[in-house]
Ligand binder design. Structure first.
Ligand SMILES: Cc1cc2nc3c(=O)[nH]c(=O)nc-3n(C[C@H](O)[C@H](O)[C@H](O)COP(=O)(O)OP(=O)(O)OC[C@H]3O[C@@H](n4cnc5c(N)ncnc54)[C@H](O)[C@@H]3O)c2cc1C
Length: 421
């Protein structure tokens, strides 16, 4: 086996890009070449569009792509979570069907996990899947489903067995979102955006070959998806931006980003915009106020230490160490930073922080920070849930007492009435 080094990988990817990169190709055409070469996901196995490289060498490939402004595979939206989950749990036929099209950007995805009665208690999901004839029939409701309004496929967690404890009766499916049994209704948030939706299933259908992993193994598959989601919520992620450049491939990527990133355009504000704090303090003259200076220093100290923790965790990943509970530490730290940042922005801007529209501070960005920050403490598992994980898995404290894990889910008291159950 050839030993890969930074130098050999750099030389190989550079030579391949020199021979193949062309900004005048169509976006899908270019990405298909990139995917087939294995340079699109170099850490993936060679039989599945990768080159089997260790994670520590992936930045070399990224570096070479950025050096010449080459467009990468589609990474925005839920498709990253879908691809990672299918790569880990899918059959060869499922990988064939979905991996390439997700990376080329031809397919878009959403994550159908949360329900009106089960968010933190995700294993209490009640959307049901029943096998009838030759297919699964889905009935129930999901909620807070980001991007469901333009998704082709959904990652669906549904109950297939009511007579076993709750974690054992779930199965994971991929559902086609374009069918009459699936209805998507947008929800308007307090910041004015409508990123997520309620999704209703009425006799929606899923063919058996779209079941991911074994019957009753849905919880393990969902855990893979969530692990990847939390890993990315550590405050050092960059939001999907189109590559700068002139040519057909760039134009098509810009158009794609405008649609796919639409639901996420307030996400920088959700993170608290620590980057704007000093600029605002100077602009308002509050940088001379000792209380403001003290709070700004407190915020920047907290943000810096959260960033270093996140970088340490990334470095561990790059050395091939498995993801541990540090995903929860990073997520909790970024919620704390965002909340404090909103407070500091309020201290600097005063009551005007509540204004939106023309002539408002930073054209309403400050107000948008205030009403967007709470989302970070909820999405992908609330702060309290991260604290539970940290206390149990990092600090080794006793597990929360539970009364619903050791009896059939059918007999567990529920706060949502499901007819016939
Ligand atoms: C911006 C955003 C995007 C989202 N996108 C998606 C998506 O694409 N797909 C999807 O499926 N979901 C999505 N969600 C939903 C999200 O995963 C849930 O909102 C979250 O898991 C919390 O569930 P819940 O809203 O039902 O709150 P609940 O679970 O009802 O929690 C209510 C309160 O009780 C606390 N609590 C609950 N259980 C415990 C406990 N055991 N210990 C201590 N405290 C507890 C919680 O911390 C919270 O404060 C999104 C949410 C947001 C904000």
């Amino acid at each position: 086996m050839t030993e890969h080094t930074h130098e050999t990988v750099r030389a190989e990817v550079r030579a391949w890009l020199q021979a193949n990169w062309d900004p005048n190709l169509g976006l899908v055409e270019w990405r298909t070449k990139l995917i087939d070469s294995g340079w699109g996901q170099p850490t993936w196995p060679t039989e599945w569009y990768g080159r089997g490289l260790p994670a520590s060498l992936a930045p070399v490939v990224e570096d070479e792509m950025q050096r010449i402004g080459a467009v990468g595979i589609a990474k925005t939206g839920i498709r990253r979570l879908a691809a990672a989950t299918i790569l880990a749990h899918g059959t060869p036929a499922q990988k064939e069907k979905w991996l390439r099209r997700s990376m080329s950007g031809e397919d878009t995805w959403c994550q159908l996990f949360s329900e009106p009665g089960s968010g933190s208690d995700l294993a209490g999901a009640m959307t049901r899947a029943e096998f009838k004839g030759n297919r699964w029939v889905i009935n129930g409701q999901k909620v807070w489903t980001t991007s469901a309004h333009h998704a082709d496929w959904g990652l669906l967690l549904a109950r297939t067995d009511w007579d076993v404890p709750k974690h054992q009766g779930l199965t994971y499916f991929v559902i086609d979102m374009h069918q009459p049994g699936v209805q998507v209704h947008p929800l308007r948030q307090m910041n004015g955006h409508a990123s997520f939706n309620q999704v209703f299933f009425t006799d929606a259908e899923v063919p058996p070959e779209h079941q991911i992993d074994a019957l009753g193994k849905g919880w393990a598959v969902a855990t893979t998806t969530l692990m990847h989601e939390r890993r990315e919520a550590d405050g050092i992620r960059t939001w999907g931006q189109a590559t700068e450049g002139t040519g057909r491939v760039y134009n098509e990527e810009r158009a794609e980003t405008a649609t796919v990133m639409e639901p996420y355009k307030w996400y920088p504000q959700r993170a608290g915009r620590v980057d704007l704090v000093i600029e605002r303090a100077v602009a308002t003259g509050k940088n001379h106020n000792p209380i403001v200076r003290q709070e700004v220093a407190r915020l920047l100290t907290m943000a810096k230490s959260a960033e270093w923790t996140a970088r340490r965790s990334r470095a561990a990943q790059l050395q091939g160490k498995p993801q541990g509970p540090e995903g929860s530490l990073g997520k909790l730290a970024s919620s704390n930073v965002a909340r404090l940042s909103a407070q500091v922005h309020t201290l600097i801007t005063g009551a005007d922080a509540m204004l939106t529209g023309v002539d408002s501070p930073m054209d309403g960005v400050i107000a948008e920070i205030l009403v967007s920050v709470p989302a970070g403490s909820i999405a992908g598992g609330t702060d309290e849930i991260q604290r539970n994980i940290i206390s149990e898995r990092v600090l080794g404290m006793p597990k929360e007492p539970r009364s619903d894990n050791d009896r059939p889910f059918r007999d567990v008291p529920k706060n949502v009435v499901t007819p016939g159950r």
